[in-house]
Design a protein around this ligand. Structure first.
Ligand code: PEP
Ligand code: MN
Length: 343
């Protein structure tokens, strides 16, 4: 962090500020010019509140040279984080593919889809039991019954399950029943929920907020990690822009950016990004090409009658073909799709 003092700042004010900064356990270097002074901070500045320094009437400007996140930062953790769930490895050489319906609707529905996506090579089953819907009149999910149905689908196929949590009071139940806990885009900055999830050791799939910057996403990961849970998987799922043709705009540049800034695995959700089933395939391929560690894709056996997000769900046959193409593409980038034993 670099602090530029206002011209003609009294010497004693610089001394007071330096003393205050040294109390934060950082080394403060001073450069004095004719009538200006610059302070350079060396050490861990993540806990220093920049706005407090800016509030000092003698401070002209503050420049951050370090990112405000530490645990999620590749600078302090050069190797990729690899997360193991059952026989799946997330963030390694193999691509992680999570597939399933937007929401769990019935036992027949979830079990049938689970069997089909597994046959095509998916490593995880997704399905929402608690659904964050824009309208309170839309289907809100089967809730705890949905969790029970997901468990049946897991038992039938062996696929680990990924499902979204909405409130902290459900954490114990999710830790017990679920393999990867999803935090949806709308809850990316529900800091109390993030902190509570940080006290568990469950892998957390953290989706990027609708209007969140990459830095904000990484700061949300930091919330989870700072409580001790380092098993965070980031998810780019499209952001809101001026474009209305697609549901969101898939920010493909976020993938190489996050890979550069952080050691955490990053997966892409082309379904929520596009909001259009026919765009899922090209966007999934693009995500693999730019280095995503995996994909989360909505697959439904009867999209026209889906209770949620049918318009962006692909049918199992299409998913099967997509998996073949992705496997070919992945190998060009020296990666693989982790093969599960077909049932
Ligand atoms: C979902 O995965 O079904 C979902 C609601 O996603 P998002 O939070 O990205 O909108
Ligand atoms: Mn959905």
């Amino acid at each position: 962090m670099v602090i530029i003092m206002k011209p003609h700042t009294p010497k004693e004010e610089v001394v007071i500020l330096k003393q205050r900064l040294q109390e934060e356990n950082v080394e403060v270097n001073e450069w004095d010019g004719e009538n200006f002074c610059v302070l350079g901070l060396i050490g861990d500045t993540t806990k220093i509140d920049e706005s407090k320094i800016e509030a000092n009437e003698y401070v002209e400007r503050v420049h951050k040279v370090q990112q405000p996140y530490k645990l999620a930062n590749r600078l302090f953790h050069p190797d990729n984080t690899v997360i193991e769930v059952e026989d799946q490895i997330i963030g390694g050489r193999d691509l992680t593919v999570i597939a399933g319906p937007c929401s769990v609707e019935s036992e027949e529905q979830i079990v049938e889809i689970a069997k089909l996506v597994k046959k095509s090579g998916a490593g995880f089953l997704r399905g929402g039991a608690f659904k964050p819907r824009t309208s309170p009149y839309s289907f809100q999910g089967l809730k705890t019954h949905g969790l029970e149905l997901l468990k049946i689908a897991r038992q039938e196929t062996g696929l680990p399950i990924v499902t979204e949590i909405m409130t902290a009071d459900m954490i114990d139940r999710f830790v017990e029943d679920v393999d990867v806990i999803q935090v949806g885009a709308r809850n990316m900055q529900n800091f109390e929920l993030l902190k509570e999830l940080g006290k568990t050791r469950k892998p957390i799939l953290l989706k990027r907020g609708l209007s969140a910057t990459i830095e904000e996403l990484l700061m949300s990961a930091e919330y989870i990690m700072s409580e001790g849970n380092e098993n965070v998987i980031l998810c780019e799922r499209g952001i809101r822009t001026f474009e209305t043709y697609t549901r969101n705009t898939l920010d493909l540049s976020a993938i190489p950016a996050i890979k550069k800034l952080s050691h955490l695995p990053v997966i892409v959700d082309p379904s929520h990004a596009a909001g259009l089933w026919w765009m899922v395939e090209p966007l999934a391929k693009a995500a693999v090409a730019v280095g995503a560690d995996g994909l989360i894709i909505e697959v439904h056996n009867d999209p026209a009658n889906a209770r949620c997000d049918g318009q962006q769900s692909i049918k199992p046959e299409k998913f099967d073909r997509l998996m073949e193409d992705i496997n070919t593409l992945a190998q060009i980038g020296s990666r693989n799709i982790y093969e599960t034993i077909n049932i």
